[in-house]
Design a protein around this ligand. Structure first.
Ligand code: NAD
Length: 269
């Protein structure tokens, strides 16, 4: 892209002509991302296991941005449903310019209470499904300019997280995988991940094992003194998909309110 900082200050962040598949888009981060990308000019495919929430996001996006959307039920752990998602996107929009592998789930589990089956299920949902959907999209992405694949990583994938052993293992593998995919996909396709800190997604975090008091203490521990909103993450996705990030691949962008800082100086506490 030609460097033109004065006449088009905001245009490198626009997504006109983009067709973006977002998985888990009926949820908090995926839903906000669909909204933000559509507002930036993209056509968004809102895919989720829960068709009702996906449709509600699609209706909101169309109402607020005027953009056409596609809401579709997809279980990302099913190869055939992934293929149906790709086929439906091509049938409606004719191309795929970006994929956001956003599905993910993990909950508190005592370290030694995890079975092999549970560990494998987490890996399938958080990591393997993203690998396979990326594989299905790559032939279509290769035909597009500034094509990209972006992954929803987690802070628990970069730090020791024994409380979430199955989820954190899977997210660590996801972050590693996105770098491997980046190394082999350029220059046609950029692959990046966002290392997401604690974001308010309503009930989901409570179901994962937190209570309101824990969340208050967690917020207080962050440099920015609050948990993230889904939009804090959505704008990072917009950047990574946009022409402004045309030379950005293989990165793990940390969006986490500065994380928790602990002094290295010993105290009496
Ligand atoms: N919220 C946080 O604090 C946080 C922190 C770090 C990373 N993340 C990651 O961000 C991503 C989005 O999280 P969120 O906070 O929006 O969660 P969320 O629970 O609000 O949304 C997740 C969505 O995924 C869908 N889903 C679950 N299983 C699925 C399947 N098999 N197939 C298709 N869809 C399925 C759910 O129906 C839900 O709509 C996840 O990958 C999560 O691990 C979130």
């Amino acid at each position: 892209m030609a460097h033109d900082p004065y006449q088009r200050m905001t245009s490198p962040f626009l997504l006109n002509d983009s067709v973006v598949i977002i998985t888990g888009a009926g949820g908090a981060i995926g839903g906000a991302t669909a909204e933000v990308l559509a507002a930036a000019g993209a056509s968004v495919v809102i895919s989720d296991l829960n068709l009702e929430t996906a449709q509600a996001v699609a209706d909101r996006v169309t109402r607020e941005t005027g953009r056409e959307t596609l809401a579709i039920r997809t279980d990302v752990t099913s190869e055939s449903e992934q293929q149906a998602l790709v086929d439906a996107t091509l049938a409606k929009f004719g191309r795929i310019t970006a994929l956001i592998n956003n599905v993910g789930w993990g909950e508190y589990t005592p370290l030694w209470d995890v079975s092999m089956e549970y560990m494998m299920k987490s890996y399938l949902l958080n990591t393997v499904s993203a690998y396979h959907l990326t594989k299905l999209c790559v032939p279509h992405l290769r035909k597009q300019e500034n094509a990209s694949v972006t992954f929803s990583g987690s802070a628990v994938g970069t730090t020791p997280s024994p409380e979430f052993i199955s989820y954190s293992n899977a997210k660590a593998a996801l972050l590693h995988m996105s770098k491997s995919l980046a190394a082999m996909s350029g220059p046609e396709i950029r692959c990046n991940s966002i290392v997401i800190g604690s974001v308010d997604n309503g009930e989901a975090t409570l179901k994962a094992g937190y209570d309101p008091e824990m969340l208050r203490r967690l917020s207080e521990s962050f440099v920015m003194k609050r948990r993230g909103t889904p939009y804090d993450i959505a704008y990072a996705f917009q950047y990574l998909l946009s022409p402004a990030a045309a030379w950005v691949t293989g990165v793990q962008l940390e969006v986490n309110g500065g994380g928790s800082y602990k002094s290295k100086m010993p105290t009496n506490d």
